[in-house]
Ligand binder design. Structure first.
Ligand SMILES: Nc1ncnc2c1ncn2[C@@H]1O[C@H](COP(=O)(O)OP(=O)(O)O)[C@@H](O)[C@H]1O
Ligand SMILES: O=P(O)(O)OC[C@H](O)CO
Length: 503
């Protein structure tokens, strides 16, 4: 009798494999970071072969740490950084170019050109739920086909495959060039700008406008069903692969946000607030995007409104890696605690332009309000506060779209160990912030999708039962200060605009 479900979580900065038991508790984790490649300003790439090698190694590592055999694993789910785009050769399994990461802004010109075609912005928003922005996969595929020697001819000859990291990991896990499955799920497909949100099928007109041959596109299956088995030679050999969810949708599922009106915020490289809107596809009037939340087997599709924020935890990394101001991410809290407030400084990290609710690719980062008074502690605070202010902006947009103010916010991700940030988040939102016992909700959500498909868990009710609160932060800031701080932040944001001039 199998005791565990595995999840491979292919994130922006690392890949981990986790094993969960029936209560949703973590049994083992094995994790490896991969290189962040910045070939020029605004470009971000990953080596997809390094990522696949890490996925394999962590699958073996997690089994070893749990002292478990493959026979004890009922199913495996895959979850992934979304949008990150790879094109590879179906016969050799070799990528034609590095994976272009979701934060990368090189497709700015392509996106502007698409906007100038018939229907422009509105056509994309209505069909795909997305604003025209550099964030999404379709224009990245076009960039590769336009810029890599011979790629377009090879793609048109049917030799090349496109996938996000879910598809790349699944294809390799199921045999690669020897019969690997070329599949994705609607949560990932809804981030490509190529999928019709209503039919959950690729939109041939949009693919044709981007010059992307249909033969490159993976088959779209549900988020929870048995797609195939792990190749026999690999770690987890023979285990059914039965769940795929983009990482933010996986976290929403793992947080048990299963009813309309329930929302979570994940604090990782970026922040992503998702509000379950049920089977209703709500188009935002306030700068949010509409996305598939999950589709469990043949059940109706569940949609979400999403506020995507490009830079939050990665600002802490930037302070560590580019400035050397801290030696570990945790150290930022120590510095921030040396002062009472931000000393008047605000840091708007528009490193990839601004995502929700602005969608300004012409924006770049600023620090404003500097005086001789400002010290390292104030800057550390400004860095942490940037995450909380950006979250407030997307939650304000969500409240405006739904007409029902959020009462509490469930949180997860790497930054939620930061107590000062979580308290400031509650203060600046004016609502309570709640962290669950299992904060690894991304991997857990993918495990649930896989486990439900093979009967390891019976129904979504099991997910609700397993969810438990660990800690809650309640708002303590007075209204006048809260709104003054937020006004200053909004003013700081305006200073980022119009920096990059379009080619
Ligand atoms: N104590 C901390 N305080 C603030 N930020 C932190 C802390 N610990 C980790 N982080 C940030 O959290 C992020 C990692 O979170 P994680 O959820 O693993 O990211 P991802 O899934 O995007 O790879 C990093 O960007 C890191 O800077
Ligand atoms: O891997 P994460 O946690 O940084 O998430 C990245 C998002 O999926 C990008 O849309």
């Amino acid at each position: 009798m199998a005791s565990y479900v595995a999840a491979v979580d292919q994130g922006t900065t690392s890949t981990r494999t986790m094993l969960f038991d029936h209560s949703g508790s973590v049994v083992a984790v094995d994790q490896r970071e991969h290189e962040q490649i910045f070939p020029q300003a605004g470009w971000v790439e990953h080596d997809a072969e390094e990522i696949w090698s890490n996925a394999r190694a962590t699958a073996a590592g997690a089994l070893a740490k749990a002292d478990a055999t493959t026979a004890e694993v009922a199913a495996v789910g895959i979850t992934n950084q979304r949008e990150t785009t790879l094109v590879w050769d179906r016969r050799t399994g070799k990528p034609v170019y590095n994976a272009i990461v979701w934060q990368d802004t090189r497709t700015d010109r392509i996106v502007n050109e698409l906007g100038a075609l018939g229907g422009g912005q509105e056509r994309y928003r209505e069909k795909t739920g997305l604003p025209l922005a550099t964030y999404f996969s379709g224009p990245k595929v076009k960039w590769i086909l336009d810029n890599v020697d011979g790629a377009r001819q090879r793609a048109e000859a049917g030799d090349l495959l496109f996938g996000n990291m879910d598809t790349w990991v699944l294809w390799n896990m199921t045999g690669g060039p020897e019969g690997g499955l070329h599949i994705t799920d609607p949560t990932n497909a809804s981030r490509t700008m190529l999928m019709d949100l209503e039919t959950l099928q690729w939109d041939e007109g949009i693919a044709s406008d981007m010059g992307i041959p249909m033969s490159m596109l993976p088959q779209i299956r549900s988020s929870s069903e048995e797609y195939g088995k792990v190749r026999e030679r690999g770690a987890l050999g023979g285990v059914p692969i039965a769940g795929i969810l983009g990482d933010q949708q996986a976290a929403t599922f793992g947080q048990a946000c299963l009813s309309p009106g329930e929302a979570k915020n994940t604090y990782g490289t970026g922040n992503f607030v998702l509000l379950n809107t049920g089977t209703e596809k709500v188009l935002s009037q306030n700068g949010l995007l509409t996305t598939v939340c999950y589709k469990i087997g043949s059940n109706d599709t569940v949609y979400a409104l999403e506020g995507s924020i490009a830079v939050t935890g990665s600002l802490v990394q930037w302070l560590r890696d580019n400035l050397g101001m801290i030696s570990s991410a945790a150290e930022i809290e120590e510095h921030a605690r040396t002062v009472e407030d931000n000393g008047g400084a605000y840091f708007v990290p528009a490193f990839s332009g601004l995502f929700a609710p602005y969608w300004r690719s012409d924006a770049r980062g600023v620090i404003v309000g500097l005086t001789r008074y400002v010290n390292k502690g104030h800057l550390a605070r400004a860095v942490l506060e940037a995450t909380a202010f950006q979250t407030r902006e997307v939650i304000d947009a969500m409240n405006a779209d739904s007409g029902v103010p959020l009462k509490t916010l469930k949180v997860d991700g790497g930054m939620v160990v930061n107590d000062l940030l979580m308290q400031f988040q509650a203060d600046i939102l004016g609502v309570s912030v709640i962290r669950p016992v299992v904060a690894e909700t991304t991997a857990l959500g993918a495990a649930y999708a896989a486990g439900l498909a093979v009967g390891f868990w019976e129904s979504e009710e099991d997910i609700r039962t397993n969810w438990a609160k660990d800690k809650q932060w309640d708002p303590g800031m007075d209204d006048i200060r809260r709104e003054r701080e937020y006004r200053n932040w909004k003013k700081a944001v305006t200073k980022t605009f119009d920096w990059v001039e379009s080619e």
